[in-house]
Write a protein that binds this ligand. Sequence first.
Ligand code: SF4
Length: 603
Amino acid sequence: MDFLLRFNKARPFQEDMIKDIYNALKEKKSILINAPTGIGKTDAALASSLRFALENNLRVLFLTPKKSQHNIVVEALNGINEKYNLDIKFVDLISKKELCTNPEANSLESDIFYKACEELIKHKKCIYFNNIKDIDLDKFSKYTSLGHNNFFDVAFKNGLCAYELATNLAKKADVIIADYGHIINTYIMGLFSKRVALDVGSTIAIWDEAHNINEIANEYMKRTLSTNMIKKAKSELLEIKNNIDLSYLEFMLNELSEKKLENKKEALVYNNDIPDTLKENLDEIIEELERAATEYIINKKAKRSYLFHIAKFLSNVLIEDESIIKVITKDRESIKLSIISLYPKDVIDKIKEFYSNVFMSGTLLPLEMYRDLFGIKDAIIKSYSSPFPKENRIVFIDDSATTKFEKRSIEQYKKIAERIDLIKERINGNVAVFFPSFDVEENVFRYIKHSPIIRQKRDMNSKEVEKIISDLYKENNALFLGVMGGLLSEGIDYKNNIIKGLIIVGIPLSTPNIEIEAKINYYEKLFGAGYDYAYIIPAIVKTIQAAGRAIRKEDDKAFIILLDERYEWKKYKQLISQFLDVKDKIAFSSFLNNETSNLTKQT
Ligand code: SF4
């Protein structure tokens, strides 16, 4: 059998990637791949994995962190079927809530939704579910190639539950496209595996954007209880005339705050700090709260319930593991107790059960670190060069300013703004500027003279962010300001070389706090590299992700300027140079003096 590549010719390095994956699968090993934009990762991973899966009676599970990334996999699979005249069956799955066609249920908040759906099914009250029983499933299999949005419309028009329909079809599919959430939330994974008859031992899992896995898994596991939440839960109880008493939880938070915080902002809490009365009656309390939450949702037609959130928090509060900490914090409005995962051990254990894993990303360096983080010691590691011409991406370091915390001042902000203005003058076209935080962005913004400016503001929702992106496409001489690690700097393709210059201001290091400190210590113990793995490298990955936004196609051209004195420090420079070819200082001063042949003029 051939490798199943939908195009006639492989791109540079794509063939290497296809063969490397195939060889790893032959050895039943996982593989980690650092593949810059332009190699065609999705096609390469499918070309080899599909061939191997078909030859060996395995299935392929293609996982992405965002549902918007499913389309490219759907297109690739349709292309393969067409080119090779095959009938590879695949299903594109998003979350159950997003595939829920029942308008009464799909508007509920996530945690509540699952409970509500269960109840509706149990009492035969979901008509969309009931209708599934009488249909001829095969009649709908042709619609799976349309992708999740169109499939949802087909199910809705036919009065059917899109989730039931899709998961029933997925039982026989060769390939399932799904979200990280289907696997890295261990509760969902249990349900999902059953629904789609997933035998992990005979499944090849392909992880796109794999640098995100651990952080997304940690985020899923985070739970919080706050005095504000308890107040809201009490109002819910009042509304349904239920006399469960939650005062002891408020009392517990106040006690913990007094005992642990004193003058500190945050402190660790241990299981022996949790009152015995709560520990002894925990299961009953959780059951009682869940019952009350369900009653509140049904009787009051509510979309969310704080009672439910509290029950979820309590279900996790006594988990005792080195990889999990509890932190108490207090601000003007509320006292909060948070359960925080430092390392998603259970998820990593599940991932190891797959036949093989293909982890790929454009920022999976250092590969050895990710191999440690994914806990697969014998995994193969591979890195490929960018297939794009080097001369199209000119990278400079500007060490004239810094956002280093101790040096932050009005003077620094003014200096950064001046440099942004100067760099913008040297570049024809739009220039994007990504900051380490909204604080820095707001402080620098007020001193920038250039106009027009399109700006991402704190608390913008995704619609507002989409709007500023569409505004960017109407401009050809704008500054476009955003923050790193967010919607504008990761997982987005700026098309038509709309960005001709990109300035990365500062290094997006996490604000030091108890969580970071605990993570550093825990990673030091696990991997002997706490500071690098938990603090430095994640920040550099964000920088590289942001820097990668400018050049998305072979003939895109752009300047990238890393604006912070620390990028000249040995440690940061070494890490950065694994991804970017940085020009020397002489070249940068020629650029500032307008002596460099203007790259954008060549475009
Ligand atoms: S059975 Fe399907 S349509 Fe009905 S509530 Fe559950 S997910 Fe929604």
